[in-house]
Each structure stands twice: as structure tokens, then as C-alpha cells.
Design a protein around this ligand. Structure first.
Ligand code: PLP
Length: 401
């Protein structure tokens, strides 16, 4: 399908549908007439196969307790194997009502109150809260940052692990909001450090399918032929891939028998980890029939990224649009033009934009904003236009002083 045709078919008005991105603007930002470029969901309707499968299930009209059919495991495993060389066995899969919920469960299952859990900042803000709100000690290690590119610093990571006796590393791969798709070499380096110090790795791979330009996503469980499977648990879902977040359905992949035993014992205390039937129906249809839709969405997101990067490079050469090898959520460093403390005022009041702010992901990132590019190209053009204009007005005012 041509891009314009795709956009016409799949872009829909979301205001008035109780969506947090638009209908929640007033509550989150204090005003409702902002251009919503925040939160991590897409403006696109999901693929027809998913809608059809859900409609059919809805027509049946019974939403009682469900089971997961073998076909689910077949299509999910086929997706994982074909795309990432990760042949997922049925016995390894557990379900949860979202990746963040699963992180909380991992913390409870594998650590004790007060234990140190490490994250690499800037990172998705629930990573911070889920550790502290569950009574564990949060250890933050900053990614290195240079000219829009983030990297893991092995020395800093190992030092922090030793110093704080870290028990669990909550990894984000691909990394939101750093935009990095970690290479196998990078993963090997950090996993081998974790091995040396017996740190359990929870790898949140929810963005696994949102990857661009020949970048190859490598699941942590596949690094070096699966060498780290006894110390890695993978969390993923179809929710970013097909825009299904509130169907609350995600996977916990536990390849190691000993770790599965510990988890299952913990889960028996939860009493019920029932699968979301609608989430299952949707994910199954997506894995089976949705790849073409996903590829078209990825092209649009990538075009949006190139547009934003090129426009800002031309009009505001000191702005740094950070790398986006994966995810649809690049950071933009505005510090050359806007005082970090004034970023929120500038972006919201002068540009009328709703974005995620850098400091939500890590203290050092005041002056950065995160922009959601899984959206209408017209919104990206408008956001870029508003940023350029607001900076020009500010620069003109400075010249006149
Ligand atoms: C890294 C990461 N993990 C988890 C989530 C949310 O997952 P869920 O809605 O399944 O809890 C997000 C959403 O943006 C995310 O970026």
C-alpha cells in the first residue's frame, strides 16, 4: 500500500476516545490544547487482522476465563525464531498483564526488601518507581552520552555492581529513551559482568520489533548462542509492535528451569495470573498476519525521524536529535538554545507541545525532551515548525536587547 493510502486508512482521530495521550492532556500538563507528542503509543489503528479477530471474538460475546491454545505458542515462537533466532519453547512462557507489572513481579520473586536493583539512566521512568515503590534500593548508572549517542560504560556498571552488591539488573533493550539497539558485543560485555557478580538480568524487550536501518535486535537470551540463559529473564509483548497497550497482555520468558521454579512458586502466591483473552486473540492475529502492517508503520516512523532530524539540523543546527536505532521515542537535546530549567515552560507555553521531559528519565537530562514519532507526519512537521519558530523568536528578542 502506498504511504498516503496507508496514512488515510490507519490514522484516526483519538480525541474523545478516553485516551491518555489527548484526553488526558489537561490532567497531565494542565492544559488541553497542546499537540500531543508524549506517551508511548501510536496514532495508528492496529492491523485489520487484529481488529477482525477481536470483532469475531466480541460477537461471540462470552468473556469468561480462557486458556492459551497451542497455536498461540506456535505463531509467537515462529515470530521470535524467524526474526531473532530465538526458538521459544512453550514451557518457558508465562503471562502477565503488562511488562511493568511483570517487572514488579520479578523484583518480588527474585529479590528481598532492601536488595539493590540497577538501572541505566536515562530510562523509562517506571523502571525507577517500580524498584523504589517495592522497597528495593535503586542503583542508577548513567549511560555515557556524546553528540546524541548513548553507550553503556562497562567500568561504571561493574563498579556500581560491586559497590552496592547489586542483585538484579533491569535492562532496557532496545533502550527507551536512549534509542539504542544494543549490539551483541555490548550485550556480551554487560552480561559477562553480571555473570561475574551473580546478578540476575531482567531484560525488558518490549521494543524489540521497533528497529531501523539494518540494525539487528539481539535478545539477551540469544547472546553468544544462549550462553546467558540461566541468568536472564526476558519480558516482551505485542503491545508496542501492534499498538495494543491496554489489552494488558505480555510475556515472561524464563529459559532456565531453576529460575522457572522460583517464579512459579512466587506466582502461586499471586493466586491468579490469568491470561487476557482479548490480548491473546490480538497478539496471536498480529504475530500471524500483522508483519506487513508493522513494516509500513516502521517506514512512516523512520521517515518522521529523518524529517525531524534534517529539519532541525538545517534550521536549528545546535539542536541535537539523538539517535533512534530503535523505539519511536528519540530524545532531542535543546540545551544549546534553551536554559534547562526553562525547557518545560518553553516547550509547553511557547511551542504548545506535550512531550516527555528528559528529567523524568534521569536527573542529568533536564534540557532534553522525548518526542513520540509513531504519529501523523503532519504532527511532526507542525512540532518541528513550532520549535524552530519559538527559538527564532527567542533569538530575535535576545538580539534586540
Ligand atoms: C521499556 C518499556 N517497558 C515497558 C513499557 C510499558 O509496558 P506495559 O504497558 O506492558 O506495562 C514501556 C512503555 O513505554 C516501555 O517503554
Amino acid at each position: 500500500m502506498e504511504k498516503q493510502e496507508f496514512l488515510q486508512k490507519y490514522l484516526v482521530e483519538r480525541r474523545g476516545t478516553n485516551c491518555s495521550k489527548w484526553d488526558g492532556l489537561k490532567e497531565k500538563f494542565g492544559e488541553k490544547d497542546l499537540l500531543a507528542m508524549w506517551v508511548a503509543d501510536m496514532e495508528f489503528r492496529t492491523c485489520d487482522a487484529i481488529v477482525d479477530a477481536m470483532v469475531e471474538r466480541t460477537r461471540h460475546g462470552v468473556f469468561g476465563y480462557g486458556i492459551v491454545p497451542d497455536h498461540y505458542y506456535e505463531v509467537f515462537s515462529a515470530w521470535m525464531e524467524r526474526r531473532y533466532g530465538f526458538l521459544v519453547e512453550k514451557d518457558w512462557v508465562r503471562f502477565s498483564t503488562g511488562c511493568v507489572t511483570a517487572i514488579a513481579w520479578m523484583i518480588h520473586a527474585y529479590t528481598r526488601p532492601g536488595d539493590a536493583c540497577m538501572i541505566l539512566t536515562p530510562v523509562y521512568y517506571p523502571f525507577h518507581n517500580v524498584v523504589t515503590n517495592n522497597g528495593r534500593t535503586l542503583v542508577k548508572v548513567e549511560l555515557d552520552y556524546e553528540k546524541g549517542y548513548f553507550t553503556m560504560n562497562a567500568k561504571k556498571i561493574e563498579k556500581a555492581i560491586v559497590e552496592h552488591q547489586v542483585k538484579l539488573f533491569l535492562m532496557c533493550s532496545p533502550h527507551n529513551p536512549a534509542g539504542r539497539v544494543w549490539t551483541e558485543e555490548e550485550l556480551e560485555e554487560v552480561l559477562s559482568i553480571c555473570r561475574r557478580h551473580q546478578v540476575l538480568v531482567i531484560s525488558d524487550e518490549i521494543h524489540q520489533d521497533i528497529v531501523f536501518e539494518e540494525r539487528k535486535f539481539v535478545p539477551a537470551a540469544v547472546v553468544s548462542g544462549g550462553k546467558y540463559r540461566d541468568m536472564v529473564i526476558t519480558l516482551n509483548s505485542a503491545s508496542k509492535t501492534f499498538n495494543l497497550a491496554t489489552l494488558i497482555h505480555s510475556h515472561i520468558l524464563i529459559t532456565d528451569e531453576r529460575l522457572r521454579e522460583i517464579y512459579d512458586k512466587f506466582a502461586s502466591g499471586l493466586n491468579r495470573t490469568e491470561v487476557s483473552v482479548m490480548g491473546m486473540v490480538a497478539a496471536m492475529a498480529g504475530y500471524e498476519h500483522g508483519e506487513g502492517w508493522m513494516q509500513q508503520v516502521l517506514e512512516i516512523i523512520h521517515d518522521n525521524y529523518l524529517y525531524l532530524k534534517d529539519t532541525l539540523a538545517r534550521e536549528l543546527p545546535k539542536v541535537q536529535v539523538c539517535c533512534m536505532e530503535g523505539t519511536y521515542l528519540p530524545m532531542v537535546d535543546l540545551r544549546a538554545y534553551v536554559e534547562p530549567d526553562k525547557t518545560q515552560e518553553f516547550v509547553q507555553k511557547k511551542c504548545g507541545l506535550a512531550v516527555d521531559y528528559g528529567e523524568w528519565f534521569g536527573e542529568s537530562y533536564k534540557g532534553f525532551i522525548r518526542i513520540n514519532l509513531a504519529t501523523d507526519p503532519k504532527f511532526v512537521e507542525e512540532a518541528a515548525r513550532r520549535l524552530v519558530r519559538a527559538v527564532q523568536v527567542q533569538e530575535d528578542a535576545l538580539c534586540k536587547q
